[in-house]
Design a protein around this ligand. Structure first.
Ligand SMILES: Cc1cc2nc3c(=O)[nH]c(=O)nc-3n(C[C@H](O)[C@H](O)[C@H](O)COP(=O)(O)OP(=O)(O)OC[C@H]3O[C@@H](n4cnc5c(N)ncnc54)[C@H](O)[C@@H]3O)c2cc1C
Length: 395
């Protein structure tokens, strides 16, 4: 098997690299370098730059804005984004986009897809509830039909970037009888509707990413139903497959390991010996690299099968579990590399006691704490293992 890139792929890599360098928004870069939290406008600046270039959503069908690249080009592109440490694009793009072009009516595609691409519609995901996370089908937010509207009441939780969102894609209960999965519908809800309240949840490192969302008799046009009433579970599962593939973050972890090696070799050189000379530390980094290489080939296989028209299958669960485990171990080793310089993480909690030690060390602890979320969200890793056991291993 020849695993080298073709010359045309090397040219493509250069084109992407040069373009990112010339076009990544300067203010967003400045904030990232200074360790400042990015706001909605910072993220949208990059989102819109990619949209104008036509590179916002490479995997989508070309008629909906996809690039038509082969799987190698898509992979190179994601690697270059990671290498340049670009920020994410608007939340939900990779989840609701495929749902809209697969299940949406022509009117829904017209109304929502364009706005999602241009960045005029920022989404949030209203799936989880205080009593329904892993057991998502047990959700109880109810939607009762009233003429051309549904009246929606209930509570969603852990809603990522709900405070930025213009619209949300929600799972609601439209039938309380029979099998739980068969009474769920998928609704698009305008977050400015009367009766919606978004309250922040502050995470362990002091950040505001997630929220509680309360819905009190919110009127939602029936025209905002995706697919058929009570058939939302099929749409919900399709969306989760796309969410899980996106979480693996192979290219970002690859860049993270390179950076970790640089840090352990150099930046902490006021120590008598660079950390990378420590055989135990080197072994841990090498083990991580081996796992990441295996994950990379699994992801390439999954990309190749997506390019041949198949959506992500249960192997998305494999990518999610391994990708998040690698990502978390990387933050553990980075914190180990930062050693005592990693301690003043209070900076991330608004304490701002000023930098101590090298710059990277200040971010090591907040990043370590923040990354604990990745084995929980998008369906916890335990649940993914159950899916792998059933759907991949046939147990
Ligand atoms: C940072 C963050 C962002 C999130 N963003 C969103 C969002 O934008 N929108 C959204 O809808 N949700 C979001 N979530 C919610 C996320 O999807 C849920 O947290 C997740 O599905 C787990 O549900 P739970 O928290 O209710 O835990 P529970 O379901 O109560 O699980 C508790 C523990 O029990 C384990 N467990 C449960 N059932 C089983 C089983 N059958 N077998 C083995 N182990 C089991 C779980 O793995 C977990 O460790 C987010 C979560 C986090 C942490």
């Amino acid at each position: 098997m020849d695993l080298d890139f073709l010359p045309e792929h090397a040219d493509f890599r250069k084109e992407v690299r040069d373009w990112i360098e010339a076009n990544y928004p300067a203010e967003t870069r400045r904030k990232q370098d200074a360790g400042e939290t990015l706001g909605k406008e910072d993220i949208l600046a990059w989102h819109r730059t990619l949209y104008k270039k036509g590179w916002l959503s490479p995997s989508w069908p070309t008629q909906y804005g996809g690039t038509g690249w082969d799987s190698v080009r898509k992979y190179i592109f994601s690697e270059e984004l990671a290498r340049a440490q670009t920020c994410q694009t608007s939340f939900g793009l990779g989840m609701i986009g495929p749902v809209l072009y697969t299940f949406g009516t022509p009117e829904q595609k017209e109304k929502f897809l364009t706005g999602t691409m241009t960045g005029d519609i920022w989404w949030c995901q209203g799936y989880s509830e205080p009593g329904a996370g892993s057991d998502l089908a047990g959700l109880s937010t109810r939607a009762v039909r009233d003429g051309d509207h549904y009246i929606v009441s209930g509570q969603k939780t852990w809603t990522t970037q709900g405070h930025f969102a213009d619209w949300g894609f929600f799972l609601v209960r439209t039938n309380a009888e029979g099998k739980k999965q068969e009474g769920i519908s998928f609704l698009l809800i305008d977050m400015k509707s009367p009766g919606i309240e978004v309250r922040p949840i502050i995470t362990i490192e002091g950040g505001h990413e997630v929220n509680d969302v309360f819905l009190d008799n919110v009127r939602v046009p029936v025209a905002n139903l995706i697919g058929e009433e009570n058939k939302g579970w099929t749409v919900a599962k399709y969306l989760l497959g796309h969410e899980r593939t996106g979480i693996a973050g192979v290219a970002r972890s690859k860049r993270g390991i390179e950076r970790l090696r640089e840090l352990a070799a150099g930046e902490l050189a006021d120590d008598a010996q660079p950390l990378i000379n420590d055989s135990d530390f080197r072994r841990k980094v090498a083990e991580l690299e081996v796992d990441l290489a295996a994950l990379e080939y699994t992801e390439l296989r999954s990309l190749a099968s997506e390019s041949s028209g198949k959506g992500p299958g249960p192997e998305a669960s494999l990518l999610k579990v391994k990708g998040t485990e690698v990502g978390q171990r990387l933050t553990e080793l980075t914190l180990e590399a930062a050693a005592h310089y990693g301690a003043p993480y209070a900076r991330g909690m608004g304490g701002n006691i000023g930098p101590i030690g090298p710059d990277f060390a200040g971010k090591a602890a907040p990043t370590y704490f923040n990354m604990r979320k990745t084995s929980i969200f998008g369906g916890s890793n335990e649940i993914q293992r159950n899916i792998i056991a059933k759907a991949v291993l046939g147990l």
